[in-house]
Design a protein around this ligand. Structure first.
Ligand SMILES: Nc1ncnc2c1ncn2[C@@H]1O[C@H](COP(=O)(O)OP(=O)(O)OP(=O)(O)O)[C@@H](O)[C@H]1O
Length: 735
């Protein structure tokens, strides 16, 4: 079958087998002339085609009906089209899946051979065009003949479905270099050495001292609101020394606050904020020892990226399922592998159990699993709101994933129901999110409803009675993707928080068409995690860079990824954001180490203000001068009066927190930490005051309920143009 497929592919005969829809075939063989006519480069074309194929996959997932699939047509018993949201976690266990999957893989391999971006990446290693054609052909043939273990359909298809086109493309290129290293080492100069220095197969060996510690791993798993974190924190509170590792600054601060209030000396370490434990209590000296020499309780609360490698009695790592996150997963892996604590408590979803057990087994460490049931009932309603915003009531949380839609929904609800809405989304500073949550939770604040994005999925205690999903798909930077089962459950599970006064929670959707999918997701366990993220060490990047003198850092980074090797059960975290940052500071004379620091700065490269500030900040390090926050950050003098102006403040806030983050990495350059903190507080005040007064320009009365989110608004467009002009002015960019 595989040979047949491989041959068929080469002969362009896939379509005749009936295995691939005609449209795919046409897409694959569209001529260069067509591309020119469409005004696209061949690269763009490659991407568009990739997108198209992914869409085809979504629409054409023909397989045997699983027990929980939604039948599209009555009487269709043999096959069913399974789309959203099961698509994001497509099981691949039946025969037809495997066959279909092989076809998809062939399509991707074919894409690989034709993609100009791939050719460019190979050219970075000195592979010329004809050599590429020869060896990519052999590679595709070997894969088609199932000769390459790592390219078997069972492995590739979940990867494609779960992680998307970009990660999949990276994986194929990486496997191509592995193939060359094996079969044609002469094609790439020094390939053996390059693969040795990019060998990341043994991450547990990076912390040799931890391996000497006898560790006990305890996993607290269960659905949201089941008391997992509560139990782990109870244990931490009793420990003589310990650390809490949080996915969010907000949560790290909450634990710091909780410990300090309980009279336990606790320090806080986040990227932007460091607070030492208060040893001013009588009998305690500043080094953490009581006067008679007995050690005192010392707890550290930190964000996961800051997890220190120092000995503790107890370490708590929260939201362990994030270990599989494509961007940040490495931080959880580092914490799990490296913290030398006698007891490690992991809190999170049950989906993380198998992979954690697998990793710990390789370390000869046993895992004890404690499962918890949800505290308080949660049910999925069998009725949607059917687009009727007047049905929104007190205690509801409306969930949408676009910032603009959130403001529009707020405006619509306020005008249609007279209820007042608080709002929470990822772009708001954590302090403003806490304030909005407080307003929503406080029955006397005058706020009744919450309109929020998935930012509520973690870390904020909310007294929500009912969660209403306006949509179940989210833009992931490249395309709209259904949110995963895990995300849906995490967000939906916010309804009926234990101890919030709303013990029985309800989940529903705005539109009836989404209700079935919501019910499926809420009833389903997220699938077991397949792999955990890692990132290369600075030393590995440094050694690699010496092999390519003169090659820009932004290019070095993907080159490293192309040849690196990781063990099964691990993946290299996405570098795409890092590549963008590397490009921003490319022109500056920075050392490899300094560049490495900058590219892991926690910034959103879609924010023009933050990007511009980063370049200015980095210039100070490169030129050895001091950088004063006031020289770079220029807060607008007036309060924001619309959401576009508010966005400018949000961006400035991120620029200030970036300054604070850098001040811990380059203390001699960024010296005005106190001034930065004052500016940050000022910015937060203006955002909070702005939020209280902002109303959409739109007359929501006249809008149809469905049109409310995402509707065009000319006043806002004018506001946007004005704000853009202001941003340009502030950044000194000519129009
Ligand atoms: N045994 C308990 N006694 C008192 N309060 C509890 C208990 N268990 C949990 N809680 C409270 O219930 C709420 C939910 O608990 P917790 O945050 O530990 O749940 P979780 O399973 O970690 O949920 P999530 O994953 O959503 O954070 C918290 O406010 C917590 O303090």
């Amino acid at each position: 079958m595989n040979r047949v497929l491989a041959g068929a592919l080469a002969a362009g005969a896939l379509r005749r087998t009936g295995a691939v829809p005609a449209v795919c075939h046409r897409q694959l063989h569209k001529s260069a002339a067509c591309r020119r006519q469409a005004g696209r480069s061949s690269d763009d074309y490659g991407n568009a085609r990739g997108k198209h194929l992914i869409k085809q996959l979504a629409e054409l997932q023909i397989r045997r009906a699983p027990e929980d699939a939604v039948p599209k047509r009555s009487g269709d018993t043999k096959y069913t089209r399974v789309t959203h949201p099961m698509f994001s976690e497509w099981p691949h266990d039946s025969k037809i899946d495997a066959d279909f999957a092989r076809v998809q893989r062939q399509l991707r391999l074919s894409w690989f051979k034709q993609n100009t971006e791939v050719r460019k990446r190979c050219a970075n290693f000195g592979i010329d065009s004809s050599t590429f054609v020869e060896w990519s052909d052999r590679f595709a043939q070997a894969a088609g003949a199932e000769e390459i273990e790592t390219l078997r359909a069972e492995k590739l298809v979940p990867l494609l479905i779960r992680d998307g086109r970009e990660a999949f493309g990276d994986y194929i290129v990486n496997q191509f270099f592995a193939f060359l290293g094996d079969k044609a080492p002469h094609v790439v100069k020094n390939i053996g050495y390059l693969r040795r220095i990019t060998d990341l197969r043994h991450p547990h060996e990076w912390a040799a001292t931890t391996r000497k510690v006898q560790r006990r791993i305890i996993m607290h798993v269960g659905p949201t609101n089941s008391g997992k974190t509560y139990h782990a924190l109870q244990r931490l509170q009793q420990a003589a020394s310990g650390v809490y590792c949080s996915p969010l600054r907000l949560l790290a601060y909450e634990v710091y606050d909780r410990m300090t209030r309980a009279g336990i000396s606790c320090s806080l370490m986040t990227g932007e904020d460091r607070r030492l434990a208060d040893f001013s209590a009588p009998g305690l000296s500043p080094i953490g020892m009581s006067i008679n020499g007995e050690p005192v309780t010392q707890i550290d609360s930190c964000t996961i990226e800051m997890a220190p490698n120092k000995p503790y009695n107890v370490a708590v790592i929260d939201e362990i399922q994030m270990i599989a996150d494509r961007q940040r997963g490495w931080a959880w892996t580092n914490a799990l592998l490296n913290i030398p604590a006698a007891e490690i408590h992991l809190c999170g979803e049950v989906s993380a159990v198998p992979i954690v057990k697998q990793i710990c087994a390789s370390l000869d460490e046993e895992v004890e699993v404690r499962e918890y049931a949800r505290l308080g009932a949660l049910h999925t309603s069998n009725k949607a709101l059917q687009g009727d915003w007047s049905k929104v009531r007190r205690g509801d949380c409306i969930v949408s994933f676009s910032r603009k839609a959130i403001y529009d929904i707020k405006s619509t609800i306020e005008s249609k129901t007279g209820l007042r809405c608080a709002i929470i989304y990822g772009g708001l500073p954590p302090e403003a999110r806490v304030e909005q949550a407080r307003l929503f939770n406080d029955p006397n604040s005058g706020y009744d409803v919450l309109v929020a994005s998935d930012a509520i999925g973690m870390g904020i205690n909310l007294s929500i009675k009912r969660v209403i999903f306006v949509e179940l798909s989210k833009f992931d930077g490249g395309s709209m993707r259904p949110i995963s089962v895990s995300q849906t459950r995490q967000i939906g599970g916010r309804a009926g928080r234990f101890g919030s006064g709303a013990e029985a929670g309800e989940v529903t959707t705005m539109e009836s068409k989404d209700l079935k999918h919501l019910a499926l997701s809420m009833a389903k366990q997220p699938p077991a995690l397949a792999a955990v993220g890692i990132k290369p060490t600075t030393e590995a990047i440094e050694t690699f860079s010496h092999q390519f003198p003169g090659v820009p850092f932004s290019q070095l980074w993907p080159m490293f990824r192309d040849v690196a090797t990781v063990s099964p059960g691990y993946f290299l975290c996405s570098f795409h954001e890092q590549e963008k940052i590397a490009t921003l500071v490319e022109h500056l004379p920075l050392s490899v180490r300094d560049r490495y620091q900058f590219i892991y700065a926690p910034i959103n490269t879609r924010s023009p203000i933050v990007c511009s500030c980063l370049a200015k900040y980095a210039a100070a390090v490169a030129h050895g001068t001091e950088c004063l926050v006031a020289q770079v950050v220029k807060l607008p003098p007036k309060l924001p009066t619309n959401r576009i102006q508010l966005e400018v403040f949000e961006q400035w806030h991120r620029a200030i927190t970036l300054f604070m983050w850098l001040s811990f990495h380059f203390p001699e350059t960024y010296v005005e930490l106190d001034e930065a903190m004052a500016l940050k507080t000022d910015c937060e005040r203006m955002i909070t005051e702005g939020l209280a007064t902002i109303r959409s320009h739109k007359k929501a009365e006249g809008l149809s309920p469905k049109a409310a989110p995402g509707a065009k608004d000319t006043a806002e467009a004018a506001g946007k143009a004005e704000t853009k002009a202001r941003i340009r002015e502030m950044l000194g960019i000519k129009a």
